[in-house]
Design a protein around this ligand. Sequence first.
Ligand SMILES: Nc1ncnc2c1ncn2[C@@H]1O[C@H](COP(=O)(O)OP(=O)(O)OP(=O)(O)O)[C@@H](O)[C@H]1O
Ligand SMILES: [Mg+2]
Length: 268
Amino acid sequence: MSEHIVAGVDIGSTTAKAVVLKNGQLLLGKIESTGSNPARAGQEVLESAITDSGYDKSRLEYTVVTGYGRVSASFADKTVTEITCHGRGAHFVSPDIKTVIDIGGQDSKVISVDASGRVVDFVINDKCASGTGRFLESAAQLVLHVPLEDLGKLSAGATSVCKISSMCTVFAQTEIISLLAAGESKENIIAGLHASIAGRVGTMANRLGVKPVVMMTGGVAKNTGVKYALEKELGTSIIVPDDIDPQLIGALGAALIAEDMLKAKTGT
Ligand SMILES: Nc1ncnc2c1ncn2[C@@H]1O[C@H](COP(=O)(O)OP(=O)(O)OP(=O)(O)O)[C@@H](O)[C@H]1O
Ligand SMILES: [Mg+2]
């Protein structure tokens, strides 16, 4: 097959991501905020990724779209669930993975995949924000006043782990304010928030059964404190991709499916 590009777009509740593959290999990825218009955010992040790739839009063969915003993406050649895309993307990065834990802004998912990266089973928590990135964002920004990017580093400095018992975002904020007033350090409180998320996601994961190798994907995988707390909770080590941003794994999976479509068409 001659030189060709395909794209995958993941329109999540919090961020829109695009990945461009050139000849089946990762060329680049982009992440932007989803904002109030998911379809537009998806279109914009795709166009910006294509511009950065140096190719003209007309060269794009196929675009596969995933994420909760996929339903409104008129530019999609095909839409695929996030479960399938995270499984596929994670398998591409590390073919030996068996379990994928994707913690995004709005929901968390635990996915079992087989040796070829196909989904065997999954569980999803989309009823409540408590085990998700949004929970951490609101705590960090509204109450603790620390940058999201610093949560992992700060929790590593905890001398003890506060118990955060509220599962609801708003009640947890009140609880954090009380802990601060009682003189608890931000570090101990953040470690408590991470333990609370790990407890929630760990319960889901154990329901499904956690087979190693385990990989974390989604934006929260960049929070080393949540990774550490989950490793403790599950009693197993977890890998986080380092040659690609873990937040891009769903879009990568979508792009790989776009590549499959092209291969099916050209018969290669
Ligand atoms: N640099 C970072 N450090 C720590 N956490 C981060 C960082 N960047 C993003 N996050 C976390 O990632 C979350 C967003 O992740 P992601 O982009 O995977 O969500 P999404 O795909 O939009 O949501 P969903 O899949 O639930 O619809 C944020 O809520 C935040 O908690
Ligand atoms: Mg997502």
